[in-house]
Design a protein. Sequence first.
Length: 124
Amino acid sequence: SVVGLQASGKTSFVNVIGSGQWSEEVVPTVAFNFRKVRRGNVTLKIWDVAGQPRYRSIWERYCNGVDAVIFVVDSMDKEKFDTARFELHQLLSQPTLEGVPLLVLGNKNDLDGHAPVNELIKAL
Ligand SMILES: Nc1nc2c(ncn2[C@@H]2O[C@H](COP(=O)(O)OP(=O)(O)OP(=O)(O)O)[C@@H](O)[C@H]2O)c(=O)[nH]1
Ligand SMILES: [Mg+2]
């Protein structure tokens, strides 16, 4: 399951994993997208969940029972780190998520001025 604030780049990330292609033509996700991606003998079933405030309460439903959660952060958007931190910790405090592996992915690090990893760790 891929979650994180709106415009952090979740759908773009899943597109790149799925088709190896980057597109500027990405629209904000409504609710969620489901995508199956095959890599060798592995099939990834990916929930790409919407990040706008009204959808955040459904994250838990898509994270509950998965093999891993990826929390995507826009490492350029420092003003949203506090909100990202709040939402991440809110999600992790759900009893249903106990023991689920988590990857925090600092995205948009192609842009000049993005927060380095240790700043992201501190902020989140
Ligand atoms: N420079 C740069 N831009 C990115 C990157 N990833 C995504 N973007 C841009 O960020 C914007 C939002 O990307 P989306 O993939 O739609 O973000 P999202 O997290 O799926 O957003 P929601 O579906 O609304 O939750 C788009 O304009 C993307 O082109 C990246 O790694 N670098
Ligand atoms: Mg999206």
